[in-house]
Design a protein around this ligand. Structure first.
Ligand SMILES: Nc1nc2c(ncn2[C@@H]2O[C@H](COP(=O)(O)OP(=O)(O)OP(=O)(O)O)[C@@H](O)[C@H]2O)c(=O)[nH]1
Ligand SMILES: C[S@@+](CC[C@H](N)C(=O)[O-])C[C@H]1O[C@@H](n2cnc3c(N)ncnc32)[C@H](O)[C@@H]1O
Ligand code: SF4
Ligand code: SF4
Length: 378
């Protein structure tokens, strides 16, 4: 369709292995995928490990039994991640999100944040640098994360009740400690969003308590429809609570009005409390797919580029960074930029839209095994 990927004329020539540069790299021109969507958002998984066992993401029965985690040697180094992020910025990426697994489990994550915070867009702007966390380590790390250059943080929290939390997240961890993490982040000046996955019949009774708790605090609470990511969570459509129901439940107690999207391609539909107590968001990936302007790419812990949360496979960028066993050295910036451009140019993924077209009760059991959320990063 849109043949508008323009290869770069003026690309930085730094060889891999040379000192990292905070200098902006020249813009590559307009990069669009096969459906005309730009690439603006890079989500970087920094570990496939986690200390929680959320039922919708890393069910204990699977992940404590026969799951193979990546060996340390497979992980991209901080320098490799930063080099790729810099090249993605040349292609138009403006937002970087660190995720996982649990990103705060990666040793010295502050050092990666420092390197990413030094990057600039081609027009000299810092990137929007954020991180998604279960907050188990946030209280003790908030200060260091802020000092390293993190701009904001998203905390996952599925309820205020400890029993519900345990059923959702399958870990013996007090909700009070997650809340302390949120407070620590706010105290050091990090704006906070809270993401709550809603599973009908498990934690939907927590919707109103969560809304009551966070309204008026400046924290933006967002409700995520439970998705059929991966092959281990036993997803069922009857456990999905449509976002429309979430909004209706909250609006019955606190009147809401819709807000305009704050950026093109935003995942959340935003709603403001009529009384001025802030806003909430709903992420309706199942009932109102938003693939048509999806501008997100995902980089796995081992350097595979995924073009959709539901992709069956990724494009391996690690050999370009490290060279191959056959003895080729690592590729130039030009070659990597060109590879990323061609991969994005061929992208036609729109899983959630197609799923909606096929019908909400269709299961995907016959399809090849998809990657897990804890690997691809959400
Ligand atoms: N189906 C689908 N779900 C997504 C996509 N991006 C995010 N989500 C879901 O939405 C959740 C929240 O997204 P966030 O990580 O907060 O990202 P975001 O909404 O882009 O973040 P903000 O910049 O803070 O608005 C994720 O954990 C996923 O469950 C996507 O491209 N497709
Ligand atoms: C995979 S986690 C990684 C970051 C971190 N461990 C955390 O939980 O915040 C990223 C996000 O994906 C969401 N998520 C995981 N599995 C999901 C599913 N099946 N449906 C919807 N969201 C999911 C989580 O709630 C979390 O907000
Ligand atoms: S959602 Fe996050 S905290 Fe929960 S198991 Fe997955 S990676 Fe861990
Ligand atoms: S399902 Fe795939 S294409 Fe659609 S919004 Fe999600 S990541 Fe993007």
């Amino acid at each position: 369709m849109n043949e508008i990927f323009v290869p770069v004329a003026d690309i930085g020539r730094a060889r891999p292995g040379t000192a990292l540069s905070a200098q902006p790299i020249a813009a590559t021109g307009l990069l669009r995928d096969a459906l005309g969507r730009p690439l603006t958002d890079l989500r970087i998984s920094v570990t496939d490990r986690c200390n929680f066992r959320c039922s919708y993401c890393m069910p204990k029965e699977v992940f404590d039994k026969d799951h193979q985690y990546l060996p340390h040697s497979a992980l991209l180094s901080f320098e490799e991640i930063t080099r790729l992020a810099r090249l993605f910025a040349a292609h138009g990426v403006r937002k970087l999100r660190l995720t996982g697994g649990e990103p705060l489990l990666r040793k010295n994550i502050e050092s990666l944040i420092e390197q990413l915070a030094a990057l600039r867009t081609p027009d000299g702007q810092p990137l929007d640098l954020t991180l998604t966390t279960n907050a188990s380590l946030l209280a003790r790390k908030a200060q260091a994360l802020k000092a390293a250059g993190l701009q904001r943080v998203t905390v996952s929290l599925d309820g205020l009740d400890d029993g519900v939390f345990r059923r959702m997240n399958d870990v013996d961890f007090p909700v009070a400690d997650v809340l302390a993490g949120i407070e620590a982040a706010r105290a050091v000046g990090l704006p906070v969003k809270v993401n709550m996955v809603v599973k009908r019949g498990t934690n939907d009774a927590e919707i109103l308590p969560m809304a009551r708790h966070f309204r008026g605090t400046g924290v933006v609470l967002r409700f995520i429809e439970y998705m059929d990511v991966g092959a281990t969570n036993g997803w069922r459509m009857d456990e999905v609570l449509p976002s429309a129901d979430v909004v209706a439940r909250i609006a019955a107690e606190f009147p809401l009005r819709p807000l305009e999207a704050s950026a093109p391609g935003e995942t959340a539909q935003r709603w403001a409390y009529e009384d001025g107590a802030g806003e909430i968001g709903v992420i309706s990936s199942v009932t109102q797919a938003f693939c048509s302007d999806c501008s997100r790419a995902r980089l796995s812990t081992e350097g595979k580029l995924y073009l959709c949360l539901f992709s069956h496979g990724g494009h391996d960028l690690r050999p370009l960074l490290r060279g191959t066993e056959a003895g080729t050295g690592s590729a130039s910036d030009e070659a990597i930029l060109s590879a990323i451009g061609h991969i994005w140019h061929g992208r036609a993924d729109r899983y959630s839209e197609l799923r909606a077209l096929r019908g909400p009760d269709t299961t995907d059991a016959a399809a090849p095994r998809r990657v897990e959320m804890s690997y691809i990063g959400g």
